[in-house]
Design a protein. Structure first.
Length: 230
């Protein structure tokens, strides 16, 4: 009887030991599968990030968000040998959410404007070639946005019409910054301002100076000539 009891105990212990071993093996396999899945997800995340980093659009649109995504991805890379799968999964999900939010901001054109000139950094860099860190790239006294939208002048050229007056000065004088001869008398605005003649009056002209060979409007009254001021 005692012998039968001992054999029963041994059988039970063997079964428990075997079950424990199988359970441990099963758990180990699950962890390995989980880690393999995490590794693949991280690889896809890195591939998407490298693509975005190459294009550079998100970095120009939402630089702070983009820098955080970069930090999270490299943080995950540094943790690949650690046994904290839950933390790695959370970081991957956080990175994916930030990428999704950043793409949404880019799609809605809700991008940063660091110089506050009313133009998004990404447009300044890609479309207008202006400096996203300076509201007046060419330093002519007009903001980049005003030059592009309001006056149609060149935001990276101080004197768009090349009449020797910068665009901001012409706007102050009520001249046309994209026409070197605002009053169409044949003389450039810069020459008229320098000579003291009125660049908005066809009958007020410089005494000397180059006159354009293009057609010009005729003065309807007596012409007043002005000497060039030194």
């Amino acid at each position: 009887m005692f012998r039968i009891f001992c054999l029963s105990i041994i059988s039970i212990l063997a079964l428990v030991s075997c079950t424990h071993f199988l359970f441990q093996e099963s758990k180990g396999e699950k962890i390995n599968l989980l880690r393999e899945s995490i590794y693949k997800e991280h690889q896809l995340l890195k591939e998407e990030f490298v693509k975005l980093d190459t294009e550079g659009s998100l970095e120009l649109c939402v630089p702070e968000n983009f820098q955080m995504i970069r930090f999270l991805i490299f943080q995950i890379s540094s943790m690949k040998d650690e046994e904290n799968e839950n933390l790695v999964i959370n970081l991957i999900n956080k990175s994916l959410r930030r990428i999704k939010d950043a793409k949404l901001q880019l799609y809605n054109k809700n991008c940063v404007d660091r110089d506050g000139d009313g133009l998004m950094d990404i447009d300044e860099k890609r479309k207008f070639f202006t400096n996203p860190k300076k509201s007046d790239t060419d330093g002519d006294g007009l903001s980049d946005k005003d030059e592009i939208i309001k006056y149609r002048t060149n935001p990276i050229k101080r004197d768009t019409d090349e009449d020797f007056l910068n665009d901001g000065h012409e706007v102050i004088l009520n001249l046309n910054p994209i026409n070197r001869d605002s009053d169409l008398d044949g003389y450039s605005d810069g020459l008229e301002v320098k000579s003291g003649s009125d660049p908005l009056n066809q009958c007020s002209q410089p005494l000397k100076g180059k006159r354009f060979k293009a057609p010009w409007a005729k003065c309807n009254g007596s012409v007043t000539k002005h000497k060039i001021l030194k």
